[in-house]
Design a protein around this ligand. Structure first.
Ligand code: PFF
Length: 452
């Protein structure tokens, strides 16, 4: 079947604004991964050494795979499943490569199911930080929030509802309009948090913690964790970037835009660290708090510090906005698939898939509430099983296969045309990385995980 002539819907959609692709892709990339999990992982994995390894992963693995995803999406002008198929058929290869697109859709749906529950907690914290309870500590407050299934369920439902509304409104009327509104807000809030850390925090201690090299705590786990974090943070292996790439104009330079998106994503992660750690040190707290770092320690600080009931809500607003612009990119690939194949309308697809994700998310709500049922992966509960499955298998597998396809199976002539804006040396360097370096590094992490 000739996909390009079989349906026209996604072919006709391109971002309107010149900067929209960058805003949308950066919106996808910058999320809870940057502001919530990057800082706590830096804390757990020993500070600057983790940061350095993370930067290495972004450059050696993340950037080449991001370019490959955008290239395939823009070449095919279709949602990830059909894009992989078209790119493979046009290169004289089997259409079964579409399985890579399916892997992405499934992991996107699964990730959004728990991402939404976490994002719901962030929204709830906007109000909590504005009017913190004086009777309980921030640790008790966190236990109260996560220990109430009804409350989690409520905010999870609100968050999924927002996603459905945005995606149902279309690529231009929904996604483009929202990222043009949300991304500048996100940036302003980030700057506010940074200025706050400079005024109220121990900025020098924070800088030192993030940048003074200390390799004593590095283990093989550090590499695994940094690679997983880089993948997740750049939104790779899930079809999100490929899907957004399919709406990109042919005149844009894929190398420059990828570099900008990866740069912005890394910058925001580092800025989040610089906004959080100076406060943690100034208030005598420990950086190794794990996932509770922003909810427990930061809330305690906001309660104590001057203007905390303004700065606190601003911080959780920042987290919520970042989460929303990422979440819509997790829903879009599957909705685009439904729409493109005329299975149902975009509106119906957004509602049906949104409800499916909402339903799966209930499992994560219950998992946070001691629903100990060991699920399908060993001793893990439902939420942990989904996190484990997506982070350790689907995401790296998707990314690795995209790299292998782009490096070894996609016609070099087509790749050259898509990346033509780049200097020949850049193209050659990219090709070397996508053929040999990126897949081998991801594969070694993958094999290590399987065997350890
Ligand atoms: N990159 C997002 C974050 O850092 O929170 C999460 C994410 C969004 C992952 C979209 C994957 C994706 F496709």
């Amino acid at each position: 079947m000739n996909i390009s002539s079989s349906n026209k819907i996604s072919e006709s959609v391109t971002w309107v604004g010149k900067w929209t692709f960058v805003l949308a892709a950066a919106g996808s990339a910058v999320g809870l991964g940057n502001i919530w999990s990057f800082p706590y992982k830096v804390g757990e994995e020993g500070g600057s050494a983790f940061v350095l390894i993370y930067l290495g992963c972004i450059l050696l693995v993340g950037l080449p795979i991001m370019m490959a995803e955008i290239m395939i999406g823009r070449y095919a002008q279709h949602s990830p499943v059909s894009a992989m198929k078209k790119a493979a058929l046009d290169s004289g290869k089997t259409g079964y490569w579409q399985a890579v697109g399916w892997t992405g859709l499934v992991s996107g749906v699964l990730i959004l199911s728990f991402y939404s529950v976490l994002a719901g907690i962030c929204i709830n914290y906007i109000g909590i930080a504005a009017m913190p309870s004086t009777e309980i500590t921030s640790v008790e407050q966190y236990a109260q929030v996560t220990g109430s299934p009804l409350r989690l369920f409520f905010w999870h439902s609100i968050f999924i509802g927002l996603n459905i509304a945005i995606i149902a409104s279309g690529v231009i009327g929904g996604i483009e309009r929202m990222v043009r509104l949300l991304m500048p807000m996100l940036f302003i809030l980030m700057v506010v948090m940074l200025i706050n850390a400079m005024i109220n925090g121990d900025f020098k201690a924070g800088l030192n913690y993030l940048f003074a090299p200390d390799f004593s705590k590095v283990s093989s786990e550090t590499f695994l964790s940094a690679m997983g974090q880089a993948f997740f943070s750049l939104s790779l292996g899930m079809g999100s970037i490929m899907c957004y790439g399919s709406y990109m104009r042919k005149s844009e330079n894929i190398f420059k835009t990828s570099l900008t998106v990866a740069g912005l994503d890394t910058l925001i992660a580092i800025l989040a660290g610089l906004a959080i750690f100076p406060m943690i040190f100034a208030y005598g707290m420990e950086p190794q708090q794990g996932p509770g770092l922003v909810f427990k320690s930061l809330l305690a600080i906001f309660i104590e510090m001057p203007l905390g009931n303004l700065i606190g809500p601003a911080f959780f607003m920042l987290l919520s906005i970042a989460a929303l612009s990422s979440a819509i990119s997790l829903l879009e690939p599957s909705v685009a698939y439904f729409e493109e194949n005329k299975i149902v309308s975009r509106f119906a697809a957004a509602v049906i898939l949104g409800l499916l994700i909402w339903f799966i998310g209930i499992g994560s709500v219950l998992s946070l509430n001691n629903w100990e049922s060991t699920f399908f992966l060993g001793e893990r509960n439902f939420m942990d099983s989904i996190v484990y499955l997506t982070f350790n298998f689907l995401m790296p597998l998707g990314g690795m296969l995209v790299a292998v396809f782009a490096g070894w199976f996609f016609k070099p002539k087509l790749a050259m045309e898509e990346l033509s804006g780049a200097h020949l040396n850049i193209f050659k360097t990219w090709r070397f990385f996508i053929k040999f370096i990126s897949p081998v590094l991801v594969a070694s992490v993958f094999v290590y995980q399987l065997t350890s």
